[in-house]
Design a protein around this ligand. Sequence first.
Ligand SMILES: *Cc1c(COP(=O)(O)O)cnc(C)c1O
Length: 242
Amino acid sequence: MTTIAERLELVRERLRRVVESAGRADAEVRLVAVSKTQPADAIRAAYAAGQRDFGENYVQELQTKAEALADLPEIRWHMLGHLQRNKARQVVRHAALVHSVDSAELASELGKRWRALPGFDPAQRLGCLIEVNIAGEAQKSGVAVAGVDRVARGIEAVPELRLAGLMCIPPFAAEPEASRPHFEALARLSAELGGPERLPELSMGMSGDYEVAVRSGSTLVRVGTAIFGQRPLAKVSSVEPA
Ligand SMILES: *Cc1c(COP(=O)(O)O)cnc(C)c1O
């Protein structure tokens, strides 16, 4: 058995190598450890090994963990999952960056809830990425390519928000190279819509394909199982070990 610290170091090492071979700088690519369904202790282990950015998919789980781990002063939470407007209030309390904005209406609600937080500071805008349904998959969440500029303008119209970039989850594939055309399409879309000036971040790449994503221009890789191991099926199991 390898430990979380060991797997984390392995991912960092592979990231360093691909960043270098792509002719990019280490500071251009941030590792988000996707901790959904993992227990708080697993997050503590990664934090102790120097990890600061963590990603969650479900609002309730984000809230529970953010409260349980409030003693970790430098932790930053990323909201990755599909988000309903009626959950915006809980999200803005905890998330440093929302990767899954998919409508101008959601943006407006996030801005309103962010402004209503106790201690709201107008200089601190909430960073928002637009989730793009890059392969036009029928059942997938995210904005169709043709609608991305409209949502971008929606975010830019909310003074409490900062348009941070684009995010995608390509179709599942066993072969990492299968993701490349989708990552390149997201990078092209970003360039067409204004490039890094307007859309500084590209959130793309998971455990199976983060190296391909870095070569395609990713600035935020979202890695879960390669750091934490297989996700426990705690949500559906009634016989989970203590
Ligand atoms: C679960 C998830 C990840 C991490 O997936 P792994 O394959 O475990 O690395 C990344 N991004 C999103 C949006 C996810 O839901």
